[in-house]
Every structure is written in structure tokens, then in C-alpha cells.
Design a protein around this ligand. Sequence first.
Ligand SMILES: *[C@@H]1O[C@H](CO)[C@@H](O)[C@H](O)[C@H]1NC(C)=O
Ligand SMILES: *[C@@H]1O[C@H](CO)[C@@H](O)[C@H](O)[C@H]1NC(C)=O
Length: 432
Amino acid sequence: MMMIEVILFGFFQTCACAAGVADVVLSCNLVEEGAGMGRMGPAFARSPATLVFRDVAVTLDESLEALTPFVPPSVPDPDHILFEAKAVSSVEIPHIEVLLHADCNDQEVMCEISHYTPHGSEGSSSPAYFMVSLDVEGVQFSTSLILQTLVIEKNHTTLVQPKLGLPLSQAGTLLTEVIFMVFSHITSVSAPLRGDVLLHCGFKQHETLLMQEVSIEWRLQHRGKGRRMLEMRTGMDNADGNTVVYSDRRDLRMDATQVVSEGNVSVTLNKLKVSDEGTYICTVSIGRFHAQQVIKLHVHQPPSVSLSEEKLVLKTESPQTLSCHCSKYYPLDAQMEWFYLSPTATEHVVFPNQGSLSSHRQHADGTFSLSSHLAVPPTVSPGTKIICMVSHPALDTPLSVSVVVQSPQPDSYQWILGFLIITVIFFYQVMK
Ligand SMILES: *[C@@H]1O[C@H](CO)[C@@H](O)[C@H](O)[C@H]1NC(C)=O
Ligand SMILES: *[C@@H]1O[C@H](CO)[C@@H](O)[C@H](O)[C@H]1NC(C)=O
């Protein structure tokens, strides 16, 4: 379990909630490609590191009320790297409160830091760059950001981080600034077949990258196959000069002005098909930097359930077949179960024989159908309700359909009716 600390100061009350600035302190792992090769390819070494976002603007409830800024340890630990990210208003992390609340809600925050080499700057070591990936367990929050180290005036008293060979601030921290980030408020989404879904992706960049060209790519990865769905290039200073280089779907569009003014590179998929399911990768490149977000899309369609018979009149000697049809659902995992409810009972019971399942049938639109055939023995007493219950991931509660068994004696009613008519005629004659 990673721990987060929140340290608030400069707190000012505005309403029932409060706005203020806080230092967000995250426990991270610094991932480095180790020397030599492991059995599974290059070996990666992980070492603990701390990342502090300074002076983050937050809105919080009164439950968080510590008022001192983060203070680094007076004696820096050479094995534990302390990354300090200076507040820059143009690259504030959206919904950063999620990180603060994760601690209260016992959700794990995944924070991984690794070296980053901007395109075309191989071999140069100053400034240094780091890629940070932030995810919160069970929360739709994901951010990838690039930190750039700040230049420190070196003199003979300047400490150098032994592992990274980089100069530290007087406080013993590695001073950085966020230069670029790509984020999404959706990490996994399930949407109905033929419905629409918005795949959210956004980016923010430091003022120094304002005039750069930006390119956006959306890819779909599914069962080992990848496909480029949309690619767009535009100048950040001149959105009119944009060109959509490639679009795989007619309905897939992106508004260049929205890209430039809001950093919104979300796409909407309309009339979802089963083949739209998969992992979507949103990659944004700006100047020499690029970062991405991954969104998993699941398509679902609940089954429609029906029985073969509206009335079930039992024959006296042979079992009667009752079929339950579960049609046009997605994904594949549907479960069918038979129950019965005796006329005198209050709770239904699992049917002793569970019928035989047909094989799954797949329709042209990718959905499935399945039937279960139950042999209802003649011993079942009239008035018994026979229930077919279907569970499927697209259903909140199982769906059930039922039929009530009717008694197999239509002849006796005719006898009673005949007897009544004869009696009436008899009395009529007698009265006359
Ligand atoms: C070394 O540089 C730091 C700032 O990085 C400064 O505060 C300090 O006074 C300098 N020390 C000397 C001896 O120049
Ligand atoms: C991003 O743009 C889409 C339309 O393409 C819109 O539906 C969505 O609300 C926008 N998101 C944000 C955060 O502005």
C-alpha cells in the first residue's frame, strides 16, 4: 500500500467546501533499466522515490486540515530520490483531488517514474527528463506526465544525487517542472451495442511548447492486432492549417480548434459494433515530447429471454419439453438456470434436472444466442411455476420468465358441464 500525505496551507474558506493550496506527496517507484539482461529481456530495477507536487490548487472538504507545507528531511538519503515538481498553472493535473481522496478511501495510487529521452536529444544530459505514470486503483483517473529538471547554479557546496548524477537543490530535492501531460478520466468503459461512447483524452503543455506542432493518434488494439483509427496534425499557433491525415471511420472526427484551445482530443464512437471492442491508445506528441493514455472499451448487450410455451399442459405419461431462449447478447458469458415454485411453497427451488444446452450461435452482428431445453416430467403437480433464469454481465439482476403447469384433465370439465346442462333440462321438464 502506497501512502500519500496531504499537507495543506494557505487554506481559505469560501463556502461549505474550501479552496486552498496543498503539497501532494506521492510514494513512487523509480524504474530503471538495470545493467545486463534478465531471463525475460532487459532487467528493470525499482527503487523507492518520492514525488512532491508543490502548491497545488485544490478544493477540499473540511476533513483535511493539516496546514504545514512538505519539509524534506534535513539529511538527504542518497538512496531515496525526492522529486519536487514546481507548480506551473498551465500544467496543473486535472482532478488531482482524486489523489488526496485515494488515501482516505484506501485506494492504492500507482506512481512510476522512469527516465525519458525526448525525440532527437539522445546523448544530451541537461536538462534531464522523467516520465511519470499515475493511476488510482478503482478510479477513472490516469495521467502520464513529463518532468523537466530545472537548471541549478552549481558551486562547490551543491550536492549531486549519486545515482542519477544530477545536482540537487539546497533542500536536497531534484527540482523539476511538469512540461507536458496526457490524461484521461476514463480508463475502462462499458457501453451498449449500437450506443455511443466518448473516449476521453486531453493534454496540457508548458508555455514554452505553445508554438510547437501537435500530432494526435488514436489506435485500437485488439487480440494482438493493431489499427490506426485517426491521426491529426496541427500547429498550436494556427489551427486553420490543420490536416486530418487519416481517419479509419467516417464518423470519427476531432475539432482542431478544440484541440488547440482546450487540449481536448476526445473522440466519440457512434453506433457501437462488437468489433469496436478493444484497447484504445491516445498518443499526443508535441514538439519533441510524446505521451499516451490507454482506455479499454467493452461492448455489451443484454439478452432477451423467452419460453417456447405460453401454456404448459402436462400429458399423463411422457415428459413435455420446455425451451428457454436467450437471444442476441454480448459478451458470451450467459448463464441459464431452471427453478420451480410449488403451489404451496413460497420460495423457488433449483429444478432437479437442468435441461440440455444448445451450442452458442453467433449472429452476423457478433451477438450470441443460446437455448436450454428442459424435459418437464409428468409427475410435476399442476399449479407449479417453472422458471427460467438468465444471468449476464449486462444485466444488473438476473432476468426470469415463467410458466404455470396446468392439470391434464380437460375431459372432466366437459363431464361436469354436460351433467349441469342435463340437470337444468331435467328440472325444467319437471317444473313444466
Ligand atoms: C551556492 O549556490 C547556492 C544556490 O544554488 C547559494 O545559495 C549558495 O550561497 C552558494 N554558495 C556559495 C559558497 O557560493
Ligand atoms: C471534449 O470534447 C468532446 C467533444 O468532442 C466533448 O463531448 C467533451 O465534453 C469535451 N471534454 C471536455 C473535458 O471538455
